[in-house]
Design a protein around this ligand. Structure first.
Ligand code: XBP
Ligand code: MG
Length: 249
């Protein structure tokens, strides 16, 4: 074990960094997807993303990028020069609809997420968020579903802070920098292969909690792959974290 690894290992686990969409809450099928479709209808477009098609489109991280990808593949009649502005306009409308859906309680936290955050806070672990979604969406979710915990997140890093979407590690590097911690002192919690790749590219040990959209993705490199966070204790998380920080170096 080198000197740097030894420091990280002695300190053990210092912070949990949570992804949002698909990890803290089931946001995609009944939240983001519905909001995209409402934005399309508002703008007079007859586009509709059904549950299966949306699953395919999730291969593109970032809502604006997802719309652009769809325009490129399914709306080739729209002139190239207009596509970027159209995607921005639709995405802004979509964000407003998403926030409304969250406020109405249409987006549910995933099992175990709230309890794990409570336990981590009570145990003095530092908390952060690293997500590809927009800040307004995270603020709405925290205000509606985790009001007591909203102030516990020391860093909330979103697409507004890190424009390079996952699997780019930019958002995780931003969080590490703001926390002033080494990657090995943290544990990321992710639901998708893109998110896992982003966290691992930043050097952060990562656990995966899968959902219906991500279950069959490639999670090689994850510390463990779980159905949800319902049965996970902090003791278990610390044990997994200790096993990787000791075996990596
Ligand atoms: C998931 C994403 C986002 C959401 C939509 O982010 O890729 O694009 O699907 O949100 P993560 P926006 O899992 O990292 O939280 O429309 O705001 O991008
Ligand atoms: Mg996610």
């Amino acid at each position: 074990m080198n000197a740097f690894a030894s420091i990280a290992s002695e300190r053990g686990l210092r912070a949990l960094i949570f992804d949002v969409d698909g990890t803290l809450a089931d946001t995609e099928r009944d939240g983001h997807r519905v909001a995209f479709n409402r934005a399309f209808a508002d703008a007079g477009r007859d586009w509709h993303w059904d549950v299966a098609r949306y699953g395919e489109l999730l291969a593109v991280a970032g809502g604006r990028e997802r719309i652009l990808h769809f325009i490129d593949s399914d709306a080739a009649d729209i002139p190239l020069a207009q596509r970027d502005a159209l995607a921005r306009e639709l995405h802004a409308r979509k964000t407003a609809h998403y926030v409304q859906l969250v406020d109405m309680g249409e987006v549910r936290l995933r099992p175990g997420a709230a309890r794990l955050i409570d336990d981590a806070h009570a145990a003095g672990l530092r908390l952060a968020i690293a997500t590809t979604t927009s800040r307004a969406n995270v603020d709405a979710l925290l205000a509606h579903s985790l009001p007591a915990a909203a102030d516990w997140f020391e860093v909330i890093a979103t697409a507004d802070d890190a424009p390079n979407k996952k699997p780019d590690p930019q958002v995780y590097r931003y969080v590490l920098n703001r926390l002033g911690l080494h990657a090995e002192e943290c544990l990321a919690v992710e639901d998708s292969a893109l998110g896992l790749r982003a966290a691992r590219a930043a050097g952060i040990p990562t656990i995966a909690t899968v959902n219906d959209y991500t279950r069959d993705q490639d999670f090689s490199g994850a510390l463990v792959v779980l159905d949800d966070l319902g049965a996970i204790s902090l003791t278990q998380l610390r044990a997994w974290h200790a096993s990787i920080t000791q075996s990596i170096f």
